[in-house]
Design a protein around this ligand. Structure first.
Ligand code: C5P
Length: 313
């Protein structure tokens, strides 16, 4: 059956954004990547992908975010995901994708990765290609280091490029307030800044471990569902280089911490700042205080489920 023959069926898939509550980056490897140790938490900010049968591949964007700067050609990660799945399965049609974006663009929260993960699920259902979970995860890893986590969701430890996942035990719900920036940051630029910083200070700082690991007290805090404990061990090796490239984020971090956040952290490669709140009331107060300071803020919770299909239209 070609895609056109599949009629106008639309499949809806949803995938979450993420916060890295712990992120250690190893030394630069020859392939240009770094081994990392990441504790991922999926949060309640979602990308909605609607996939409709078509003869070729296209994507359009909607939702509350300004998406006018996004490319919709073959360089778009959702198109790449759909094409990769078609190639893998021998499917000969295409897909028209519509993506309602809620996760900030180039914000360090894995929005593009969530698009790719939801697209894989949506196309697999639309085309009835029934690719086994393990193979979907392998395709996801080829699309980007954070794409497997967007499929899996919840709380997980990522090693290798961040794509080798193992589940982590987690209890309860954490309350976060996000301060969104008006600009995006390029992940490769932030990694390069980290490498430059390490090279400049090679004599004063310990060399980066080639294979970093997640501290056991992070796993313990997640297992206990204890925000106070987690706040003490939040860590991101990309924070210093992100602050170096965008120094204004320092004042945002301070403002949150002065207004009741247990701790603040740059999410992934930034520039989104994630504040961990003690509880829902604390999160609401922080949201009000940061809004009053004219920051663009969102309140989210985590962990939440990974990519999944919603009812078809
Ligand atoms: O895997 P992804 O396409 O998201 O990576 C984007 C860029 O981030 C890579 O080209 C690389 O510069 C950097 N990166 C890295 N080490 C990782 C993940 C990403 O250096 N583990």
């Amino acid at each position: 059956m070609t895609s056109a023959a599949a009629g106008s069926r639309t499949v809806h898939a949803r995938a979450p954004g993420k916060i890295n509550v712990f992120f250690k980056v190893g030394s630069l490897l020859e392939d240009g990547y770094h081994d990392v140790a990441s504790a991922y938490q999926a949060v309640s900010l979602y990308e909605d992908v609607y996939a409709t049968a078509a003869d070729d591949f296209s994507v359009t964007f909607g939702g509350p975010i300004d998406t006018s700067g996004l490319l919709t050609d073959g360089s778009n990660l959702a198109i790449k995901a759909a094409r990769m799945l078609a190639r893998k399965t021998g499917f000969r049609g295409g897909v028209a994708l519509r993506i309602d974006k809620n996760v900030p663009i180039a914000g360090g929260m894995g929005g593009g990765s969530a698009d790719a993960a939801a697209t894989l699920l949506a196309c697999d259902a639309l085309w009835r290609t029934e690719v086994p979970r393990e193979e979907l995860l392998a395709l996801a890893a080829r699309l980007g280091s954070d794409v497997p986590f967007a499929l899996v969701g919840g709380t997980a430890i990522g090693t290798g490029r961040g794509d080798q996942l193992s589940p982590a035990l987690a209890k309860g719900t954490f309350q976060w307030v996000l301060a969104l920036a008006e600009f995006g940051m390029s992940t490769p630029d932030v990694y390069s800044e980290l490498d430059r910083h390490r090279a400049r200070h090679a004599r004063d700082i310990f060399p980066a471990s080639p294979q970093p690991t997640v501290d056991t007290n992070v796993l313990q805090a997640l297992r206990a569902g204890d925000a106070q404990m987690l706040a003490e061990v939040l860590h991101n090796d990309l924070q210093a280089p992100a602050l170096h490239l965008a120094p204004g984020l320092g004042a945002v971090l301070e403002l949150g911490e002065e207004n009741g956040a247990l701790a603040g952290i740059i999410s992934g490669s930034g520039p989104t700042v994630a504040f961990l709140a003690p509880d829902l009331d604390g999160a609401l107060e922080l949201q009000i205080a940061l809004s009053a300071a004219r920051l663009n803020v969102l309140r989210v919770t985590g962990p939440v489920h990974g990519a999944r299909l919603l009812q078809e239209h």
